[in-house]
Design a protein around this ligand. Structure first.
Ligand code: OAD
Length: 251
């Protein structure tokens, strides 16, 4: 037992749910040591303008800076471990039908043993050629902590520049992943929204979609967010505290 009190209403809906969809954002990985995007002190973007880094325009302007930034993030994730929140979802997934759709470009859900049906914003570990689209995993660059610029490697097929496998601002979401996320929400009777500020659409629209299809929406987040109003229950706790306590309480 974790000794954390789980709101009884949350236990009740979780117990009766036959199909669960869990929508995650950067907060689920925060306790693994991966900074969230919008944390004022430690956010990955506190020193940079995200538009310079995560946009087609930024890439056109300075691909070495953008590739270097993604390499830095990939290295940070490689050195991090899944936390108790990721692990609790894995355990829960072994007991009920539970779909995980994430905005995160890390692989911590998978490394915890979960199956993820959708990485709607792509992956740090799936770069592709910016010209011919070939997916190829180059050897990780020996990362130089003193430099934030790393020239992107060349495509082994056409010689074009490899680009990060993340979705950038202004780009469409990968269709298969988005469809999978929508279907998970539409078929769920419980939608648990964990660790997202709910400001980036279309993902931020999923809780409203869940409400309109009759699912119960539970938010796990230490603070109020843009989508808190969409939740039937708002549980102010962290992912690595709340999720294990919830899963334990369902035994
Ligand atoms: P944000 O950084 O916007 O929000 C992180 C959320 O996690 C905040 O609401 C925090 O309160 C919450 N949080 C922090 N620590 C937590 C913890 N230990 N447990 C639970 N919650 C915690 O991250 P996202 O909402 O994921 O997209 O950002 C969405 C998208 O914005 C990203 O996928 C990225 C960015 O633009 C792209 O790169 C396309």
């Amino acid at each position: 037992m974790t000794g954390i009190e789980v709101p009884s209403a949350v236990i009740e809906v979780a117990r009766s749910a036959r199909s669960v969809a869990v929508l995650t954002g950067a907060g689920v990985s925060a306790e693994s040591g991966v900074p969230t995007f919008r944390d004022a002190q430690t956010g990955l973007w506190s020193n940079f303008d995200p538009a310079d880094l995560a946009s087609p325009e930024g890439w056109a302007r300075d691909s070495d800076l953008v590739w270097g930034w993604y390499q830095w993030r990939a290295q940070l994730v490689r050195r991090s471990e899944p936390n108790a929140g990721h692990l609790a979802l894995t355990e829960w997934q072994q007991r009920v039908h539970l779909d995980i759709a994430t905005q995160n470009v890390d692989d911590l859900h998978e490394r915890a043993g979960s199956t993820v049906i959708a990485h709607v914003h792509g992956s740090l570990f799936d770069p592709r050629c910016s010209e011919c689209g070939l997916h190829s995993q180059p050897e990780p660059d020996p990362f130089d902590e003193r430099s934030d610029r790393v020239p992107p490697p060349s495509c082994p097929d056409c010689g074009g520049e490899m680009r990060p496998g993340a979705v950038w601002f202004g780009e469409p979401l990968p269709e298969t992943e988005w469809t999978a996320a929508v279907e998970a929400v539409e078929s769920a009777d419980l939608v648990l929204v964990v660790g997202t500020s709910g400001v980036v659409f279309p993902f931020a629209g999923l809780p409203a979609m869940a409400r309109s299809t009759g699912a119960t929406v539970v938010e796990i987040n230490p603070v109020e967010t843009e989508i808190s109003d969409m939740a039937d229950f708002r549980w102010r706790t962290t992912a690595a505290t709340g999720l294990p306590a919830l899963v334990d309480s369902l035994r």
